[in-house]
Design a protein. Structure first.
Length: 419
């Protein structure tokens, strides 16, 4: 029994010609059991692996495969179908279909539809392990990710051709869960009457007027959270480090450069804040002296120079122990080893209500990537979010906050104890 709720969602299942297409009727059944309406589109050769008759029976809608089918076009044109979809799931996605999608080719109904839809497109690769490992396929996978397609799987294991390795399509239940995650949207009004402050991006600590210490943070995850919180009805204040891109959402933004400026900006607005989310990759240290003039080289080859550093304040720990502590303080932890243990300890040490753990040893997520995966750790529970776009992760996290922290958020602000 599916726990995914897709009530009133309109899904196009786009099936390309791989052996895993035999599982497509189970995907259709699962989507419908979760409440979705499903239209099925086949690539030119997919009918060799699964019959349109079975698919039509389980979908309850006619199956489409020919872009020149005038009767189908008259009933719902392919552009109309592309607009009708809340989400397109390409499963199985063959190497050939992925190559076409990665290059914007539209030579059949399936690829035309993917190009014409404004909806999110989820892609479930399925192919022989050698085809999957081929650099051309790997390049196309990366291209698809940068174009905003979300990849689900593939799994690894025994293959229809007898090989072992990566390339098995994810199981129908996993695909349906991914559809549910992608369509999870913050409920409008769920954070109404709450002010959310989010720090994001790197900080930049000057050594002299032209050099600095900083890090690879893009600020995208924090910005995505800000947009998700705004979509949930919150008033949002973002404190952004340098080079964080602009956002179209209705968000108040305070731009800062250094950790000390970020701390000052945060503290000055803290009394207004109900939920504080620290996503910024704050530099732990800053140069003890920021030189007014550009430092000159000594001219002696091999000469050493030392930049002495002093520790920056821990901004989020300061928020968590502040007399005017927000109702919720949530941090992020980027870890490379013993990730869960380090994140749990960090949550306790900093006095946070929750911490979002990212494993940054995986280069396909986190810094400089459009995707992220995380474990949300709070007192009494942990929720794992598999790899997804940073915006989807933000939507999933923001959607869960009102439920997990219902009692804390319901509290009217206690009289602040002043020292
Ligand atoms: O200690 P670490 O940097 O791993 O902790 C990460 C969490 O702490 C993030 O939420 C980050 O925004 C916050 N932080 C902070 N001030 C610092 C260092 C980290 O607010 N100086």
């Amino acid at each position: 029994m599916s726990t995914v709720d897709l009530t009133n969602k309109q899904i196009v299942l786009a099936i390309s010609a791989g052996i895993a297409a035999y599982k497509a009727p189970f995907i259709v059944r699962g989507l419908r059991a979760a409440g979705a309406e499903v239209q099925v589109v086949l690539s030119a050769n997919a009918h060799h692996f699964v019959t349109p008759t079975s698919l039509q029976a389980v979908a309850g809608n006619p199956v489409r495969q020919d872009p020149w089918d005038s009767a189908a076009e008259a009933a719902m044109g392919h552009i109309e179908l592309a607009r009708w979809a809340d989400l397109v799931l390409v499963a199985p996605a063959t190497a050939n279909t992925m190559a076409k999608l990665a290059h914007g080719q539209a030579d059949d109904l399936l690829t035309t539809l993917c190009l014409a839809t404004p909806a999110p497109v989820l892609v479930a690769p399925a192919m022989n392990q050698q085809m999957y490992r081929h650099p051309a396929t790997q390049n196309n996978l990366r291209l698809l990710e940068t174009l905003g397609y979300e990849l689900i799987g593939p799994d690894s294991g025994e293959q229809a051709c007898g090989d072992e390795g990566p390339g098995r399509m994810s199981e129908p239940d996993a695909l349906i869960a991914a559809v549910g995650r992608t369509l999870a949207t913050p409920v409008p009004g769920n954070l109404k009457d709450h002010t959310v402050m989010i720090t994001t991006g790197p900080t930049l600590e000057p050594i002299d007027p032209v050099r600095y210490i900083s890090n690879h943070s893009s600020g995208l995850q924090g910005l995505s959270l800000a947009e998700a919180a705004a979509a949930a009805g919150a008033r949002v204040i973002v404190v952004a480090g340098p080079k964080v891109q602009a956002s179209s959402a209705p968000i108040e933004r305070i731009d800062v450069t250094t950790a000390l400026e970020m701390e000052q900006a945060v503290q000055s607005r803290l009394p207004e804040v109900d939920i504080f989310i620290g996503v910024a990759a704050v530099a732990d240290y800053r140069p003890a002296t920021s030189h007014e003039q550009k430092l000159k080289r000594s001219g002696e080859p091999g000469a050493e120079m030392t930049v002495s550093l002093v520790e920056n304040p821990d901004i989020i720990a300061g928020v968590a122990r502040h007399a005017q502590r927000p109702k919720l303080v949530i941090g992020f932890a980027a870890e490379t080893n013993d990730t869960l243990a380090h994140a749990r300890a960090k949550r306790e040490r900093k006095g946070l209500d929750a911490i979002v753990l990212n494993d940054v040893s995986d280069p396909s997520i986190g810094f400089n990537s459009a995707n992220n995966a995380a474990t949300f750790i709070y007192d009494g529970g942990e929720v794992t979010f598999p790899k997804q776009s940073k915006r989807q992760l933000a939507d999933s996290l923001i959607s869960q906050i009102p439920d997990i922290f219902a009692s804390q958020l319901a509290d009217t602000n206690p009289e602040t104890v002043t020292q």
